[in-house]
Design a protein around this ligand. Structure first.
Ligand code: DGL
Length: 262
C-alpha cells in the first residue's frame, strides 16, 4: 500500500500532516523532518535546493505515491526542480496559502510572515500581485519563530516578546489578513493573534493543502483502497525529541519513528 510522502525541514510540516490525516483517514502518511539541519530558512538557495532534493530522494526510496512539500522555504527555492525530477504528483503549501489568503482578505491589504529565505525570494508578493494587482503586501521575516517551535517554547514568554517585536509594524498598518507562510508558525498562532489584535485574521495553508491533496488523489485515481492506514515518521535528528513534540502537534500517538542519515 503506497503512502503520501510529506516533508519539511522539521516539525512544521506536521501542521499539514495533521490536516491530511484528519481529512483522509484511510490514507497512510510517510513523514520526513530534516530535524538535524533545521532551520532551512537562513540557508542559501543552493543549500536549500540540495537539502530538498535529498529529502525527495529519500521519500522516493520509500515508494510514496505523491509528494507534499509542507515547507514554504523549499517550495520557494526547489519547486521547479522537484517537479522536473519526479513523475508522481506534487502538492506544495505556497499555492494553498495564496488561495486561502486571497479568499479571506476583504480590503486587499495583507501581510506574509515567513522565514528569511521565503521573504527574500519575493515569491509571495509576486504571486499575490499576479493574481490580484490591487493587493498591497507587507512581508515580514520572522526567523526566530522556527527554533522557538522546534524547542517547544510556544507557551513561553520569549515567544510573546518576539511576536510583539516582529509584528509591531503591522498593528499600525491597515491590513486585514496575515498568512503564516511558514509551516512552523501555526503552532504559535495564539501569541501571533494576541500580538496582532482582534481585527486582523490569521490563517495558514494546511487546511487548503490537505484539500488539494484529496483532489489530486481523486483526479489521478490514487486513493487508498485499504482501511488500515499506517503512518511512518523519519527524522534526521533525535527521534525522542521529535516524538515528544510531534505527538503534541499531531494530536495523536506517534509510534513508528526512525532516525535516518540524509
Ligand atoms: N517550516 C518551513 C517553512 O514552511 C521552514 C522552517 C525553517 O526550516 O526555517 O518555510
Amino acid at each position: 500500500m503506497k503512502s503520501i510522502g510529506i516533508f519539511d525541514s522539521g516539525v512544521g510540516g506536521l501542521t499539514v500532516a495533521r490536516q491530511v490525516i484528519e481529512l483522509l483517514p484511510n490514507e497512510s502518511v510517510t513523514y520526513l523532518g530534516d530535524t538535524a539541519r533545521v532551520p532551512y530558512g537562513n540557508k542559501d538557495p543552493q543549500t536549500i535546493l540540495r537539502y530538498a532534493l535529498e529529502c525527495v530522494n529519500f521519500l522516493l526510496s520509500q515508494d510514496v505515491k505523491m509528494l507534499v512539500i509542507a515547507c514554504n522555504t523549499i517550495c520557494a527555492y526547489a519547486w521547479d526542480e522537484i517537479l522536473n525530477r519526479v513523475s508522481i504528483p506534487v502538492v506544495g503549501v505556497i499555492d494553498s496559502g495564496l488561495k486561502t489568503l486571497l479568499h479571506v482578505t476583504k480590503n486587499n491589504k495583507v501581510a506574509i510572515l515567513g522565514t528569511s529565505a521565503t521573504i527574500s525570494s519575493g515569491i509571495y508578493p509576486k504571486e499575490i500581485k499576479f493574481r490580484n494587482p490591487l493587493a498591497e503586501v507587507h512581508s515580514i521575516a520572522a526567523p526566530l519563530f522556527v527554533p522557538i517551535v522546534e524547542e517547544g517554547f510556544m507557551e513561553h514568554k520569549v515567544a510573546e516578546l518576539i511576536a510583539e517585536e516582529y509584528l509591531a509594524s503591522l498593528k499600525s498598518s491597515n491590513i486585514d489578513s496575515v498568512l503564516l507562510a511558514c509551516t512552523h508558525y501555526p503552532f504559535l498562532r495564539k501569541v501571533i493573534e494576541k500580538a496582532l489584535g482582534e481585527k486582523i485574521s490569521v490563517m495558514d495553508a494546511s487546511g487548503a493543502c490537505a484539500k488539494e491533496v484529496a483532489l489530486v488523489l481523486q483526479e489521478k485515481g490514487l486513493q487508498a483502497t485499504s482501511m488500515s492506514p499506517k503512518h511512518r515518521f523519519f527524522v534526521s535528528g533525535s527521534a525522542s525529541k521529535f516524538q515528544q513534540l510531534g505527538e503534541k502537534f499531531l494530536g495523536k500517538k506517534i509510534e513508528n519513528i526512525c532516525e535516518i542519515a540524509l
